[in-house]
Design a protein around this ligand. Structure first.
Ligand SMILES: CSCCC(=O)C(=O)COP(=O)(O)O
Ligand SMILES: [Zn+2]
Length: 210
């Protein structure tokens, strides 16, 4: 057994949340992070915690049968747990699911009225698994329903019929969610999609609508 096997994976989520908070992507209590374990359960941030200063007891463990293990009675699973559950069910290779709120994600989600955001053919897309010359990629956009379960159901229905080109989705006027085969990859994916959104906002300023 090496030393990394002994590390509590919640520490990775704490470090990632602190970093995202510093970038302005998890301001206040915004966003939620999760990591799946080998038994199929996952740790997810408890609802309403300040994401810049999480501690080890600010997580809840959710089991595949829906059972929830809370460190304290007032720790409730993230309000957006249903989205993490649907992502883990749809994508068996997913080990981490990260959701953040940035200003740029919200701006680009209004660049189109439809349910798909065309992405510029940037080299950065390779980091998200798109190895094509001049890739023609879109990021799926979902409506931000008050009932999170409705968002989760729409993700399930759409992705069951049409798998996304990228491991990422946008919820309009809300934020972005990514999933990956490791927590390190999920962190990179958040950085990559946020770079692409920043580029899109800057490009609109420089070139106008393209
Ligand atoms: C001020 S954030 C509003 C709720 C939300 O969108 C979010 O990501 C955080 O919810 P949680 O229950 O995970 O704290
Ligand atoms: Zn959110």
């Amino acid at each position: 057994m090496n030393i990394s096997t002994l590390t509590d994976v919640r520490l990775e989520l704490i470090a990632a949340a602190r970093y995202f908070y510093q970038q302005g992507w998890m301001v206040g209590t915004a966003g939620n992070l999760s990591i799946r374990l080998s038994d199929g359960s996952f740790w997810i941030t408890a609802s309403g915690k300040s994401k810049g200063e999480l501690v080890i007891d600010d997580f809840v463990r959710v089991y595949p049968d829906g059972r929830v293990e809370q460190p304290t009675e007032d720790s409730k699973p993230s309000a957006e747990t249903a989205i993490h559950q649907v992502i883990y069910n749809l994508f068996p290779e997913a080990i981490s699911c990260y959701h953040v709120h940035s200003v740029e994600a919200n701006l680009v989600s209004r660049f189109v009225n439809g349910d798909a955001l065309p992405l510029p053919p940037l080299e950065m897309l390779k980091g998200l698994g798109v190895w094509e010359e001049k890739p023609d990629c879109v990021m799926p956009i979902f409506a931000n329903h008050l009932q999170v379960q409705q968002i989760a159901t729409e993700i399930k229905t759409r992705f069951s019929n049409t798998p996304p080109q990228l491991p990422a989705l946008l919820i309009r006027d809300h934020g972005v969610t990514v999933w990956a085969a490791s927590s390190t990859a999920a962190r990179n994916y958040i950085e990559l999609v946020e770079y692409i959104f920043r580029y899109m906002v800057a490009a609109r300023r420089v070139f106008g609508e393209v």
